[in-house]
Design a binder for this molecule. Sequence first.
Ligand code: FES
Ligand code: FES
Length: 164
Amino acid sequence: MAAVSMTVNGRSVTADIDPRTLLVQFLREDLRLTGTHVGCDTSQCGACVVHLDGKAVKACTILALQCEGAHVTTIEGLANGTELHPMQAAFREHHGLQCGFCTPGMIMTAVDLVNRKGSDVDEHTIRHELEGNLCRCTGYHNIVKAIAAGARAMAQAPLRQAAE
Ligand code: FES
Ligand code: FES
């Protein structure tokens, strides 16, 4: 066993784990943060995407021990209390999901993409950036629409907060 400490959704966590534990296993099985999904064993589906020190990573491709001292954000940490993150709200509003299995990874990828590419990101870029996230239900059309809308809403969110 090996000790690991990290900050997950703003909370410090420490645990003794098998050194082979993947980050996604640590999140789901040790911390019971089951919003991060496992949809494949080939690192292809993207259902497991979380943010590691602010950048999207597939949590099935990294050992929990490699996250020592890091800040991890999962889908559970995205909302502000009961207020959905603008990207979550956009997925709901634009029907960017059907079964919802891919959705946490899609949203975490989308937030990272907007952080890197900006709020006026175009459809071609969105589709290209989603190549690491598979959806078996929707055909992607509404996901792309939701991300474009979520990107615009993310740009406006600080203004809204400032105005309140
Ligand atoms: S579970 Fe990580 S990419 Fe599929
Ligand atoms: S909504 Fe079902 S896999 Fe994407």
